[in-house]
Design a protein around this ligand. Structure first.
Ligand code: GTP
Ligand code: MG
Length: 281
């Protein structure tokens, strides 16, 4: 599998930018995909965090297995990290997010108060790997507040802040992080859910991975969704799905069409809400 997705030059530049932006904020909002909370993280973010508190948002909650989501929330939460699972399209999340922010930044807020300083809004930056919902998150907040932006003195002029409620400001450009996928499995999951380009890993490998996972963890959902009989081998299982669907060409299963269609099905919850990695593994 190809493992160069980001040119080193882009990566260095993005990292430097991220480090600079991090200096301007009190906490970080990191978006991850609720279906792959581990694989959609960015390991370098941890190094860059400079001990800032972090709100981890598990996005696309509506597409993930609710039981697994609860387990992941427990697993990822800590003193410095709060975790919220959200459907960014339908949930009203503003209050939840600002409550978390206040709690995460409590030491800072208390220090301000003790020193008799006039409280200023808490500042955050939103970051995450491609396709996790960064723009959806920011737009949803900006829209409600009529995209109020302002240049702050002391901050690079081109930086814009979006008011979020009365007490939070968001940096209006989301920080795009590169996913780490030197691990086969991680790359496979990112490709399956569309966070890396489809051409990066051959479709049949992604389909094979997804089919194997379902056979192991969601056997009945797979059989019921495609109305096929059980066979031991994932490749045979896929072919049988292809025949059932009538993806044939000259009497043979049209594998290109099958693999593409299968991966598309997975992205659209054909077999229900699946989380592709378990919190307890
Ligand atoms: N079902 C569902 N879809 C979501 C959710 N959040 C985002 N999406 C969809 O996911 C896709 C990607 O969302 P974006 O907000 O563009 O993601 P992004 O992180 O800004 O992506 P890049 O700009 O490519 O880095 C869009 O089609 C969104 O509509 C969610 O919570 N649930
Ligand atoms: Mg975006």
């Amino acid at each position: 599998m190809a493992n160069i997705q980001w040119f080193p030059g882009h990566m260095t530049k993005a990292k430097r930018q991220m480090e600079q932006n991090l200096k301007l904020v009190d906490f970080v909002i990191e978006l991850r995909d609720a279906r792959i909370p581990y694989s959609s993280r960015n390991p370098m973010l941890e190094e860059m965090m400079q001990n800032k508190p972090r709100l981890i948002i598990l996005s696309k909650k509506d597409k993930a297995d609710p039981v697994q989501t609860e387990r992941w929330i427990e697993k990822l939460a800590s003193d410095q990290e709060k975790v919220l699972a959200l459907d960014l399209i339908h949930d009203a999340f503003k209050k939840k997010v600002s409550d978390c922010a206040r709690e995460l930044c409590r030491p800072f807020l208390e220090r301000q108060k003790r020193r008799g300083m006039k409280p200023r809004p808490l500042r955050a930056m939103v970051c995450g790997i491609p396709n996790v919902g960064k723009s959806t998150f920011i737009n949803s907040i900006a829209k409600r507040k009529a995209a109020q932006t302002a240049n702050r003195p002391g901050v690079t002029k081109s930086l814009q802040w979006i008011r979020f409620g009365s007490d939070i400001e968001l940096l209006d450009t989301p920080g795009v992080l590169w996913p780490k996928f030197d691990d086969q499995q991680v790359g496979m999951k990112l490709a399956l859910l569309g966070s890396i380009r489809d051409e990066t890993i051959p479709m049949e490998e992604i389909a094979y991975f997804a089919c194997s996972y379902l056979m192991k963890n969601h056997r009945q959902a797979l059989l019921d969704s495609y109305k096929v009989e059980w066979v031991e081998d994932p490749y045979e299982m896929l072919l049988s799905i292809g025949r059932k669907r009538g993806y044939l060409q000259g009497g043979q299963v049209d594998e290109d069409r099958l693999m593409k269609a299968f991966v598309k099905d997975m992205r659209q919850e054909k077999c229900g809400r699946i989380t592709w990695e378990k919190a307890d593994d």
